[in-house]
Design a protein around this ligand. Structure first.
Ligand SMILES: *Cc1c(COP(=O)(O)O)cnc(C)c1O
Length: 213
């Protein structure tokens, strides 16, 4: 097989702490299966109905990640199987995930999504939103790390600074809230256009879609 973008990324991250989440939103079950057949197990979706449908149609050993904005009233549809929710952008959502996790009698792993881009439209927490945050308020949540999206710009310096900012937030949270936990380890940043910059700034989870399809 000709060396493609997927293979190239896999070679770059081989032997590092970084992992690749193949973002399969809008792609068909057959397209996902072709990555599955190459050994890929982590897939990311941004819409709940699509995630549920694909989960039902594809093998049970796939790790499904929810990467898009999640409405509180939809948590219940994915609580039974989701492997990682990247997009926790409010404490209200965190409360609902905690509640649905308990209902399903399974802990749910999450990333806290921070707003690092200049653009107005991006969802995400600001560090000040965590005032009063106590990890122990959420016994059914496993906090795995942070997630962020850089601005859609050409300026590599700006993207670098935004990713560096997320790494700083990660380090601060780790020190302040999770220092004695070994499961707060992930920095989800980097997409098709900026994954190399993200890796250089310490990304441990790339979310790449269009480049590999
Ligand atoms: C679509 C999407 C991606 C992947 O974007 P590509 O540019 O196709 O690699 C990554 N993260 C989120 C949150 C997305 O919605």
């Amino acid at each position: 097989m000709k060396k493609d973008a997927y293979q190239k990324i896999m070679e770059i991250i081989e032997g590092t702490a970084a992992k690749l989440v193949v973002v399969s939103k809008t792609r068909s079950v057959d397209q996902i299966r072709s990555f599955y057949d190459r050994g890929q197990r982590m897939f990311g979706e941004n819409r709940v109905p699509e995630l549920v449908e694909k989960h039902d149609a594809l093998p049970g050993d796939i790790e499904w990640h929810l990467i898009g904005h999640l409405q509180t009233n939809k948590v219940k549809y994915i609580a039974g199987f989701v492997s990682l929710i990247h997009s926790v952008d409010s404490l209200r959502l965190l409360e609902e995930i905690n509640k649905q996790a308990e209902k399903n009698n399974r802990k749910i792993a999450v990333l806290l999504q921070f707003k690092i881009a200049q653009e107005e439209s991006k969802y995400g927490l600001d560090v000040t939103d965590l005032a009063g945050f106590q990890r122990t308020d959420y016994p059914w949540i496993i906090f795995r790390g942070v997630m962020g999206m850089a601005s859609f710009v050409e300026d590599k310096t700006q993207i670098t600074n935004e990713f560096r900012h997320l790494k700083t937030i990660f380090d601060d949270l780790k020190n302040n809230y999770f220092s004695e936990k070994n499961d707060f380890t992930e920095i989800s940043m980097g997409m098709s256009g900026d994954y190399e910059i993200a890796l250089a700034q310490g990304s441990t989870m790339l979310r790449v879609g269009s480049l590999v399809f």
